[in-house]
Structure formats: C-alpha cells, structure tokens
Design a protein around this ligand. Structure first.
Ligand SMILES: Cc1cc2nc3c(=O)[nH]c(=O)nc-3n(C[C@H](O)[C@H](O)[C@H](O)COP(=O)(O)OP(=O)(O)OC[C@H]3O[C@@H](n4cnc5c(N)ncnc54)[C@H](O)[C@@H]3O)c2cc1C
Length: 449
C-alpha cells in the first residue's frame, strides 16, 4: 500500500504489541493505520522462539494494565482466537490433570519455593517468519513503512502530531491524529527521551539482572517434558530479594542479544532441530530508590562491565569452576577429568569469572536460589553446567496511563515491553489490544462497539 502523508493512527514498531493493536483496530473498523519499523521485516521479537504463556501471572502485570483476572483471561482468549489457525503452533504444557505439576509444586513448597506451570504453546524460531506472515494476513488495510525510523514526534498545529521519519537517509514527515508507541526494549530509551520532550510522565521501574544456565538436557527433561517452561520463584533468605526462573528452552541454544554498546545473553529453541542442552534464565529483580533511582543506568553499567571483561562478548563460567572460586579458561573448558564434557556449550561466550562483573548481592541471591533449585531438580548444579552473563531485562520505564493506555499527553498511547506494559509476546499482544480499544473508544466512538 502507498505511504500516505496523513493517517489516523500511527504505530511505532511492528512487534506483537503493534500487530495485535492493528488487528484489533481493523476489527473495530478504524481506517488509516500506519505501522513503521526501522527493521526491514515487520516482526519485532516475534522472530524469537515463540513460546506463548497463557497465564495472567506470567508476563502480564494486572495493576499496570488496570485489568482484573477475568479481563486478562478474555484478552488471552482473543490472542488464541487470532492465532488458532497458525499450523506450527503447538501446545507444550497442559495444566489440567498434570501429575508432574502437583509433585513439583509439593517439593518446591517444601523448599520454600513457589512453582508456576502456565499453559504454554510454542512455534520455534524457525517458524517465526511464518508466524509473522500469518498475523499480517489479518491486516488488509494497514500501511507498513519498513526500514523507516521514527526520529521524533512533534506537536502539530491545532490537533494531532507530526512524526519525523528517516528512510534510506531521507527525512519525511507524516501527520497523525493519534500515536501508539510500541517500540519494544530496543526502542525504549529513544521513546523515553522523546516522551520527556513532549511532557509525558514516566518513572523508573525495576529491572531483572541475572545469568542464563545451560545444562545437559537429560537433567531437566523429566520436568520440561511435562512443563515446557517451568517458573520457579524464590524469596532469598539473606537479602529478602525476589529471584525467578524465566524463558526455558528445552533442546535450545544460548544466544547473544546485541545492543549499541554491549551484548546480553538470551536463549531460544527451534521447532525442527533440537540440541543436547536446555537453557533458562535465573534473574534477580532490582528496584532502586535513593540516591539513585535510575535502574537503566545501573543495568547498563553491569552490562558494560561484562563487555569490558569479555572483550565485547558475554562471559561463561562452569559451575565446577564457580564452586572452587576460580575463573573458567579455554584450556580446561571441556575437560573430561572435571566432567565438563557432559555439557557442550551452544554459544561462543568467553570463559571467565562471572563474579567479577556482577554485584555481590545478586550473586548471593542467584546462588542461594540455584542451590534450592538443585534440591527440587537434582543435578542442575552439575560441574559441567554453564553460567552465562549478563542476562538483563530492561523493563524499566513505566508510563502512568488511563485504562485505555493513553498517557497524560492526549492522543499518545503506549503498549508492549518498551513502555513497561508487558514482558513477553502474549502480554505485549494484550496491551496492544487494550490500547487499540482505548484509541477506538476515545477517537472513533462511532466505530467502537
Ligand atoms: C532471544 C529472545 C527470545 C525470546 N523468546 C521469547 C519467548 O519465547 N516468548 C516470549 O513471550 N517472549 C520472548 N522474548 C521476548 C519478546 O520478544 C518480547 O517480549 C516481545 O517481542 C515484545 O513485544 P513488543 O511489541 O513490545 O516489542 P518488539 O517485539 O521488541 O518490537 C518493537 C519494534 O519496534 C521497533 N522500533 C523501536 N524503536 C523504533 C523507532 N524509533 N522507529 C522505528 N521502529 C522502532 C523495533 O525495531 C522493533 O521491531 C524473547 C526475546 C529474545 C531477544
């Protein structure tokens, strides 16, 4: 479709928050929708793994979205309805009559740990493009501006906004009555700066800092065969902090996530080809008050420290070395004598010492939690298990909004991970739907049913 220089709803980003918002807007009969993304393919994080958690306790903050459990369930139902025809999506965790769940829940409780087994579906990174094509199939009237970066948002004379765009080095402008910002984590700081210039209120939220564990999948299979992505939640005895497991990938790979001045670790799994390993994140929630409330800067300092130590690459340490208080090194990395060959790394991080880059309190919390987890899933802390760092989730800017996700600047709405409204694909999609309904209710009441 031909780009227009005027539209009704301009959506920044093309991840799940944006696509589900556009689908809902079209369903409501709203026309003149434009989606812009600086990438060449409209997907955002949909090309990653595609593990869908349908549980209001995972990736959905009811308070932040100002919804109750019933509404969250209804919105999860909407996401499922939209995705139900996608052939590569398969259910991987069944919550009803799952005996393993009851057993793990009991053992976890005995160890003072909370265990959640959400209903989960998965399509795999290798089917990510097909998932995006499938979702785009719903969008008959939306205009996509790809390889188009939104540089700034300016107030238009009278009503609405002017979006300043850059495409192939060329600057263009487009006017829009409303804007939905769904820039994801990669665009979060650009949008925060832009929002401040427009007088949009925002505050620092907590971040999650931790590591990614990779182990021979034999150890974790008895659990992940029943619960694909098990969620263990710990409250640490020493510091009283919250630690949780996150994003488990049975038969998956550890991957790097590149940012402008550092790399973080993450993980995914393919649908068609499995590795011998399983990986998952274990992360510590960090909130700051005074004198420093800027969790972003704190997280970036940690990331930069690892970047420095690893010469631009994340660091990996064997549990066997960690226990003995020594760094991992290339020469002994796959040592048979030390049983390190039981787990072959799927990712080329630099062998080193993760305790050099991570604050002591976080290391304490992670290790205390892992020791508890080793009682629930014996073998997790096998000497060969790999600890990759840093894994940091920057969901750290919160925007106070109306129930329709409109900010204090009339006409500017927010959704998705980059604006603190979600943590994951389903949550991002739900926040997109809520924002779409908020836009339709306020600006197109004749169409909103
Ligand atoms: C390796 C990896 C694996 C993951 N696995 C899972 C998983 O299995 N399950 C799950 O639920 N979540 C997973 N996630 C997280 C998931 O990808 C995100 O939660 C989700 O994509 C957030 O959606 P969003 O729409 O808010 O933002 P995004 O999907 O990040 O999309 C935002 C888009 O906005 C664009 N953008 C930003 N700023 C601008 C600008 N100024 N101009 C133009 N475009 C801009 C970006 O290019 C991006 O495409 C994973 C993430 C990674 C990195």
């Amino acid at each position: 479709m031909k780009p227009a220089n005027q539209c009704n709803v301009f959506i920044i980003g093309s991840g799940p928050a944006a696509l589900f918002a556009a689908i809902r807007l079209e369903e409501l009969g709203v026309e003149g929708i434009v989606i812009a993304d600086r990438n060449s393919y409209p997907a955002g994080g949909l090309l990653n793994d595609g593990k869908l958690n349908f549980d209001h306790r995972v990736g959905i903050d009811l308070n932040e979205l100002q919804i109750d459990i019933g509404t969250a369930r209804k919105l999860m139902g909407d996401i499922k309805r939209i995705l139900e025809g996608f052939p590569y999506l398969r259910q991987v965790t069944f919550t009803e009559n799952n005996e393993t769940v009851d057993v793990i829940q009991r053992i976890a409780l005995e160890n003072g740990v909370e265990f959640i087994a959400p209903e989960q579906w998965h399509w795999g990174t290798d089917n990510g493009k097909a998932a995006v094509d499938y979702l785009r199939g719903y969008l008959k009237k939306t205009t996509f501006l790809m390889r188009t970066e939104v540089i700034s948002i300016e107030e238009a004379k009278g009503k609405g906004f002017i979006l300043v765009l850059r495409e192939s080095g060329r600057e263009t402008r487009i006017a829009s009555g409303t804007v939905l910002a769904a820039p994801g984590r990669s665009g979060a700081y650009w949008f925060r700066d832009t929002a401040r210039k427009l007088g949009i209120d925002n505050t620092f939220g907590p971040i999650d800092v931790g590591i990614r564990l990779e182990l021979n999948r034999i150890i974790y299979d008895p659990i992940t065969e029943s619960v694909y992505d098990p969620k263990f939640i710990f409250r640490t005895a020493r510091h009283g902090d919250r630690v949780r497991t996150f994003c488990t990938n049975p038969g998956g790979r550890v991957r790097f996530e590149a940012y402008e001045s550092f790399k973080l670790v993450n993980g995914d799994a393919l649908h068609g080809r499995k590795t011998e390993n399983t990986n998952f994140a274990i992360i510590n929630t960090v909130a700051l008050t005074e004198p420093l409330s800027d969790t972003t800067e704190f997280g970036r300092m940690i990331a930069r420290q690892f970047d420095l130590l690893g010469g631009g690459t994340p660091i990996v340490q064997r549990v066997g070395d960690f226990r003995e208080g020594r760094r991992s090194s290339r020469s002994s990395f796959n040592s048979r004598i030390r049983h390190f060959d039981f787990c072959r790394a799927t990712c080329k991080a630099v062998p080193g010492d993760i305790t050099l880059g991570m604050p002591a309190r976080i290391i304490d919390n992670l290790w205390e939690s892992l020791k508890k987890m080793d009682k629930i899933v014996p073998g997790i802390l096998h000497p060969s298990t790999l600890m990759y760092a840093p894994e940091i989730k920057f969901f750290d800017t919160n925007f106070p909004t109306t129930p329709g996700l409109e900010t204090n600047r009339e006409g500017i709405f927010v959704a998705g991970d980059g604006t603190g409204k979600s943590r994951g694909i389903v949550g991002a999609g739900i926040s997109g739907i809520i924002a779409a309904e908020g836009i339709a209710r306020k600006f197109f009441p004749e169409r909103h049913r």
